[in-house]
Design a protein around this ligand. Sequence first.
Ligand SMILES: Cc1ncc(COP(=O)(O)O)c(C=O)c1O
Length: 362
Amino acid sequence: MTDAPTPKPGILDIAPYVGGKGKIDGVAEPMKLSSNENALGAGQKARDAYAAAINNLHIYPDGRAGKLRDAVAAHHGLDGERLIFGNGSDEVFALLNQTYLEAGDNIVTGQYGFLAYRISALANQATVKLAPEPGFKAEVDAILEQVDERTKIVYISSPSNPTGSYNTAEETRRLHAALPPHVLLVIDEAYAEFVTAPDWETSFPLARDADNIVVTRTFSKIHGLGGLRIGFGYAPLKVCEAVDRIRLPFNVSVAGLDAAVAALSDEAHQKASLELVETWRPRLTQAIRGFGFEVFPSAGNFILVRFADAATAGAANDYLNTRGIIVRPVGGYGLPDCLRITVGTEDQNRAVLDALSEFAAK
Ligand SMILES: Cc1ncc(COP(=O)(O)O)c(C=O)c1O
């Protein structure tokens, strides 16, 4: 027994989250393609709103996020009372975990599911059950097999990070229909705006009539506001009311709220952001396949490239670094032979292709 403050059991067993690296020694302005950020940055309307917020820095934010609540409700055709705003959608996951999980409970997610779901589940002394993803996408039956009486939350992301795969509307409906009603189904749609596949649908309509679905969205991707940390969940009223008991009152900042409202109205920026991804996602995919590497089909603003083995992926990563390009090794997801690459600007994408073609020729 020590006298020093001791974290509660399990905390120190959690592997620290390793974010996308942002620097390369000796490179003044590296191309950062490691965190699925918006290559175009934030739109002008959001920038202007952020700049204008300077006059209100001394004012606490509206804890209800009233203006953003109204704007999101109108934009997506949702009941505003059923929205939970968070400091990024990451905070929405953490709030849900904190609200619903106690020691001995579990969450279920896919083998390659986004790591943020797991961290706060473990912090709440729950366990994480991973459903195998042999096809690199969440499988409905494999998830259902993991669900037991102590399962409180099932998380899927559609599209998913880092694989880029998605679940069809039919699969998502089937998963929901087969889940016991005490299980909350969280459908993370962080990359929704980049999907072009006709068999994908937003789960907002499914959630509207369900007592146990939360659909999350973020301002970090299509809106380019990752640095401001704004996300939200569309949830049953009872879930919102429960979460609101523990949500810190001022969890989204003044500048974040204002910028998010402006971003939602900036259709030109959303369109340009989507067009960039629609143009370059297939070009990058095809070109990199042409160099002899496997590229998974992606519905997000990134692609996942698989190399012969972990050593080759590491060498490719080092080679890209020498060209001033930072991508994301995904060994933490159990994919040590893969690198995730965010779709960048035209110049950045061309630099990636040049570097990978040189690497392939070595
Ligand atoms: C699948 C997925 N969900 C959620 C997020 C986090 O979004 P936010 O910035 O809103 O916390 C990310 C960020 O990379 C993501 O990949």
